[in-house]
Structure formats: C-alpha cells, structure tokens
Design a protein. Structure first.
Lengths: 110, 114
C-alpha cells in the first residue's frame, strides 16, 4: 500500500542551525514526491517537488529511491521557516490525488 | 489572480443532517480535488474532478459525494452526517493532471457535527 511516513511530529532547532525533516515512503511504482508547507494562518502551499530538482527558500530535497526517502534539508534555519511541513506522494500523472504524511511542525528559535 | 475560494468557512450541523460545501478554483484551472483533514488521520484524499468527470476517488463511504460544473466550480456533499465527519475540508485546484500542475489549496471549510 502507498504510504508516507514523517517520523517526527515536532522538530525544534535554533536559528542558523541545519534542518532535516525526514520523509519515507512506500510505493511500488515511480512516484512523484512533494513537500507542502503551511505557515501560521496561511493556506497549504507547495514548497518543492522532486522532479524540479530546485531549491526554494534555501530548502532542497533529494529523492533516494534505494532508501525510499525524500528528506527536506536547509543548511541554516531562519525563524520565518517555522511552519507545518507535509511530505506527499502521487502516482505519475495523478497529481490531484496526493497521499500525505502526518506532517512535521518545525519550530525555529531565536 | 484570485486564489481558491471555499464557502462557507465554518459550518455547524447536527448528526443525520446533510451538508454541501462549495469550491471555486483558480481561473483557468480544470482540476479540483477535495481533502479531509483531521487531527487523528491527517490529510486524506476524498476525490478529484477534471472537466466535470470524477477521475479519482479515495477510500470514503458513499455518503461523501461530489460534482464539478462546466465552469470548473465544484461541490461536495456529505449525507447522514456522523460525529466523525467533523473536520477541515480542503479544496485544491490545478491546471490539470501531472507534475506540471501543482495543487493550489483553499483555506478550507471547517465542519463541526454535533
């Protein structure tokens, strides 16, 4: 069965520290992986997707098919990065149907 | 461009009643998806519509239904409400299917069933 696991409910770091939000998935085919973010009192929005191989707001994520992981990383956390982060998976060309992880709340302290 | 608009923002209903939620997608977007968000189950996919046709359906009972109109606006209906249906219902729109069409979410409708 398709599944996305985010093992940490809460991750707390100090400003300037490196951040890694973990995401593991189980899927038999070739999935598309995404990170969505929800800042306080804002709507859920796309942060980045594996197919684009881009860096957004200093965040990067590499798809590791061997370890079935798609961890989100940022070398130096900022206070404005504090938010809820969701890892999500979709089948290829089925972008409307996302399977979400439970989310990780990132708290960046000054 | 205006974002995805969901109405109403809040709803309080009684067990056994039915409810209809509305979603207006971003102009030009033809795909609309619905999600249920609860503290226990997180974000769960309900269904997706594209050009008035249901393309995908999640694992929810038949009490949950939806439709899409020719202008891409969508509605979802929940009949015979149960206490467990209390949740935030999110609508998301995109240009179409595929990774080139990321989802744009609305602010949601918070449904409380008493």
């Amino acid at each position: 069965a398709q599944r996305v696991t985010q093992p940490e409910k809460l991750l707390s770091v100090f400003k300037g520290a490196p951040v890694e939000l973990k995401c593991n998935y189980s899927y038999s085919g070739s999935p598309e992986l995404f990170w969505y973010v929800q800042y306080s009192r804002q709507r859920l929005q796309l942060l980045l997707r594996h197919i684009s191989r881009e860096s957004i707001k200093g965040f990067t994520a590499d798809l590791n098919k061997g370890e079935t992981s798609f961890h989100l990383k940022k070398p130096f956390a900022q206070e404005e990065d504090s938010a809820m982060y969701y890892c999500a998976l979709s089948e290829r060309n089925q972008g409307g149907k996302l399977i979400f992880g439970q989310g990780t709340e990132l708290s960046v302290k000054p | 461009k205006a974002g995805v608009t969901q109405t109403p923002r809040y709803l309080i209903k009684t067990r056994g009643q039915q409810v209809t939620l509305s979603c207006s997608p971003i102009s030009g977007h033809r795909s609309v998806s619905w999600y249920q968000q609860t503290p226990g189950q997180g974000l769960q996919f309900l269904f997706e519509y594209f050009s008035e046709t249901q393309r995908n359906k999640g694992n929810f009972p038949g009490r949950f239904s939806g439709r899409q109109f020719s202008n891409s606006r969508s509605e979802m209906n929940v009949s015979t409400l149960e206490l467990g249906d209390s949740a935030l219902y999110l609508c998301a729109s995109s240009l179409g299917q595929g990774f080139n069409s990321p989802l744009h979410f609305g602010n949601g409708t918070r449904l409380t069933v008493t």
